[in-house]
Design a binder for this molecule. Structure first.
Ligand SMILES: Nc1ncnc2c1ncn2[C@@H]1O[C@H](COP(=O)(O)OP(=O)(O)OP(=O)(O)O)[C@@H](O)[C@H]1O
Ligand SMILES: [Mg+2]
Length: 144
């Protein structure tokens, strides 16, 4: 378990940028935390770390799943905030996660069932500009 306090959005982005170097194809990240806790900011850092322009990353509004190519791994970014549990079934996130890239999901509590091998990253607002970010350890690899 890795726990870090960041004191600005830049620090959160930098943490994610470093973390991105440890990611493998097929990794699924569940970004959990309140509105404004820093989930999308973290995804910008993931993009940067994978060699994708972080400016391309926006909060998905009408598009539920964004796909950013051109980096070391493709980055898939889902925001399930507006969905309910039945609607998330139709997104095909299982299939997305096991492909060539990394799948980062905001508001994963909207998922109707667990995604295999997913790793939770928790964002807690400590105060104004400080956030506690807790990254689950990498799950053991399964050979099946
Ligand atoms: N330490 C910090 N890390 C990240 N963001 C911070 C930090 N301190 C302040 N902020 C601010 O908090 C906001 C985080 O916004 P962001 O879009 O990343 O949140 P989010 O968790 O994706 O929210 P939502 O659930 O609405 O999608 C930004 O306005 C950012 O500037
Ligand atoms: Mg967001």
């Amino acid at each position: 378990m890795l726990v870090r306090i960041t004191k600005s959005d830049t620090e959160t982005q930098n943490l994610a940028r470093e973390f991105a170097s440890t990611l493998h194809a097929g990794d699924v990240l569940l970004l959990s935390g309140d509105l404004g806790a820093g989930k999308t900011t973290f995804v910008r850092g993931l993009a940067e770390g994978l060699g994708i322009d972080p400016g391309d990353v926006s909060s998905p509004t009408f598009t539920l799943l964004h796909e950013y190519r051109g980096g070391r791994l493709t980055l898939y970014h889902a925001d399930l905030y507006r969905l309910d549990k039945t609607a998330t079934d139709d997104l095909g996130l299982e299939e997305t996660g096991v492909r060539d890239g990394v799948l980062a999901i905001e508001w994963p509590d909207r998922l109707s069932h667990d995604l295999a091998g997913a790793r939770v990253i928790r964002f807690d607002v400590v105060e104004d500009v400080s956030r506690r970010i807790t990254i689950d350890p990498e799950p053991p690899t399964t050979n099946c």
